[in-house]
Design a binder for this molecule. Structure first.
Ligand code: ADP
Length: 268
C-alpha cells in the first residue's frame, strides 16, 4: 500500500491545503509484472521459432524451384517443432498468469503419492527412451496427500524432464519419499550436470537458465521450475534444490499431509 499526497484547491484553483490518499497498488504492480513478463517472453522466446517458420514457409512457397519430397518434409518437420515450441511457451505463460492471479483453481482430492509419481513417469515423452533409468521407492503405504492430481503430476514430470535434460551421462534418476508430521517429501535425484551454488537459489526464478546454449539445444522455456514452485506453494507446500556441480542435483517437494476427520479432510 502507498500513500500519495495531493493539493486541495478551492473553486478558483488556489491551494488551500493538502490531501492524502492511500492506495493498494499490489494489483497494479502485479499487472505491470505480468506485462513485462509477457514482453520478455515475446521478444526473447517467440522471435526464434517465428522467424524460422517464416523462413521455411517462404522457401516452400517459392514456385520457381522444385524441392524434392525429402527436403519438403524436413522443412515441414521443422515448422511442426517450432509450432510445438510456441504452444509450450503459451501454455507455460498461461499457467504462470493463473498462478499470479491466484486463479490456478486446484481440484484437490486425497491422493496416494505413489500414484502421482507413477503417472508422472508414464507421462514423459517417449523420445527420452534410450537407456534412461528411473527408480522409484515411493511406495503405496505412504500417508495420503491432499492435492490436485493433474498439477502435482505436472510438477513431478517437470522435475523428471529436467533431470534427463540437464544430464551429459546416461540419466539415472532416483525418486524417494520421506514423511514427517506435516508433510510428505518427494525427492527427485539425478546424476546430471548439477548446479553451482551461485545459481542454485535462482533456478526457481522466471526465465532463469544457467546455460542458455544448453537450454536452446534441449528446448526449455526457463519457466518450468517457476511454475512448479507456484503450484506447490498454492498447495501450501514448498520446493527446494540441492546440488553438487558436476555430480547431480536433488529437487525435493514437500506436500502437506491430510488426515480424515469426521467426514472431511483436514490439514494436519
Ligand atoms: P528450463 O525450461 O530452462 O528447463 P526450468 O525453470 O525448468 O527451465 O529450469 C531453470 C534452469 O535450472 C535450467 O535452465 C537449468 O539451468 C537449471 N536446472 C533445472 N533442473 C536442473 C537439473 N536437474 N540439473 C541441472 N540443472 C537444472
Amino acid at each position: 500500500k502507498v500513500l500519495s499526497a495531493f493539493p486541495v484547491t478551492d473553486d478558483k484553483n488556489n491551494t488551500i491545503g493538502k490531501g492524502y490518499l492511500w492506495r493498494d497498488i499490489t494489483k497494479e504492480q502485479e499487472v505491470d509484472r505480468l506485462k513485462s513478463d509477457l514482453i520478455s517472453l515475446v521478444s526473447h522466446e517467440f522471435k526464434t521459432p517465428i522467424t524460422s517458420i517464416k523462413g521455411s514457409v517462404e522457401t516452400l512457397l517459392r514456385h520457381d524451384t522444385h524441392w524434392d519430397e525429402e527436403f519438403k518434409r524436413e522443412l515441414l518437420t521443422g515448422i511442426h517443432e517450432d509450432i510445438e515450441r510456441i504452444k509450450e511457451l503459451v501454455n507455460d505463460w498461461l499457467d504462470l498468469s493463473r498462478i499470479d492471479a491466484k486463479a490456478i483453481g486446484l481440484k484437490r482430492e486425497p491422493l496416494r503419492p505413489s500414484i502421482v509419481v507413477d503417472s508422472a513417469i508414464r507421462k514423459l515423452p517417449k523420445h527420452f527412451g534410450n537407456g534412461v533409468i528411473i527408480e522409484s521407492t515411493v511406495n503405496e503405504n505412504l500417508p495420503l496427500i491432499f492435492g490436485d492430481r493433474v498439477r502435482l503430476e505436472q510438477v513431478v514430470a517437470n522435475l523428471l524432464t529436467n533431470a534427463i535434460r540437464y544430464n551429459d551421462r546416461t540419466p539415472h534418476i532416483k525418486i524417494t519419499a520421506d514423511i514427517d508430521e506435516k508433510y510428505v517429501h518427494i525427492a527427485v535425484e539425478d546424476n546430471g550436470i548439477g548446479i553451482s551454488a551461485e545459481h542454485l537459489d535462482k533456478v526457481f526464478d522466471r526465465f532463469y537458465c544457467v546455460d542458455a546454449g544448453w537450454v536452446r539445444r534441449t528446448g526449455g522455456t526457463g519457466l518450468g521450475l517457476a511454475i512448479c514452485k507456484g503450484i506447490i506453494e498454492a498447495h501450501g507446500g514448498s520446493i527446494r534444490a540441492e546440488s553438487i556441480e558436476g555430480n547431480g542435483s536433488v529437487f525435493t517437494v514437500s506436500i502437506p499431509r491430510y488426515k480424515y476427520v469426521g467426514d472431511k479432510y483436514e490439514k494436519i
